[in-house]
Design a binder for this molecule. Structure first.
Ligand code: NI
Length: 254
């Protein structure tokens, strides 16, 4: 059984056919989808989707892109959502120095606030790190004591992956692992112990081969699984079972 550990089903690109997309995920052998929030609106949508669909779980949080819009009362609302049974993580949170859509010091402050929040509510975190490897690692080391979590859509080096593992975190890979030129990510997959590896789509983004250029969806997580299985010289089913078990363990999903 497969589990898409990071999706954005709340995205408006699914407004026309969201139910069919979820039905295709079930038909494609998925047992679960974790829908990550990115701002207050999408977090609310994630909570709603999880309440309505047995196979959907939610994470709630403020993405670094939207850090500039975070208000004090948002943290109380995030904490309240975290008390709901199908809200299993705080995320996605982190730093994004590629787009810099929020000032870096604001991204940093909102990230730290949500690390504190995760510790208070006792939930793992889902980290977004784009071109901010050193600062994300330093922040998690300094401010993330006692937290569990995952570096989603990992884009760092093998050396960075080792740091992430030392912190007790998981490494998650998405569609880019299927790209022919993904040598660095392939080396990471081989360096991470199987029990610390997650797979995801990050849909509607990061569509794997052979669907590049089209909208991504949770059912496509099997192409990520197949690529990772080939890299590790495993059967697809065995890889899927291991990654699913890891996802459920990290997020406390029974
Ligand atoms: Ni995402």
């Amino acid at each position: 059984m497969l589990f898409d550990s990071h999706a954005h089903l709340d995205d408006k690109r699914f407004n026309e056919d969201r139910e069919e997309v979820i039905a295709r995920a079930t038909a494609g052998g998925l047992e679960g989808i974790l829908n990550a929030g990115a701002d207050m609106f999408s977090s609310a949508r994630a909570v709603e989707l999880a309440a309505r669909h047995a196979m959907v779980w939610a994470a709630v949080g403020i993405h670094p892109h939207d850090a500039k819009d975070a208000r004090e009362e948002d943290y109380d609302r995030l904490a309240a959502w975290c008390a709901l049974p199908k809200v299993v993580a705080v995320g996605e949170i982190g730093l994004d120095y590629h787009y810099d859509l929020s000032p870096r010091e604001v991204q940093q402050a909102v990230f730290v606030r949500q690390l504190d929040l995760a510790r208070t509510v006792g939930k793992p975190i889902i980290i977004h790190d784009r071109e901010a490897h050193a600062d994300v690692l330093a922040t998690v080391k300094r401010e993330g004591k006692g937290l569990a979590g995952v570096f989603h859509c990992f884009s760092g080096s093998v050396e960075m992956a080792r740091e992430v593992l030392k912190l007790g975190f998981y490494v998650s890979v998405a569609g880019p692992v299927t790209f022919a030129n993904a040598n660095k990510l392939h080396a990471v997959v081989k360096a991470v112990p199987l029990e610390r590896l997650l797979i995801e789509t990050d849909c509607p983004y990061l569509t794997p081969v052979p669907f590049r250029g089209r909208r991504n969806e949770p059912a496509h997580v099997r192409y990520v699984a197949a690529t990772v299985a080939a890299l590790l010289d495993m059967e697809d089913e065995a890889l899927a079972a291991a990654a699913t078990a890891n996802t459920k363990r990290l997020f406390g999903i029974a």
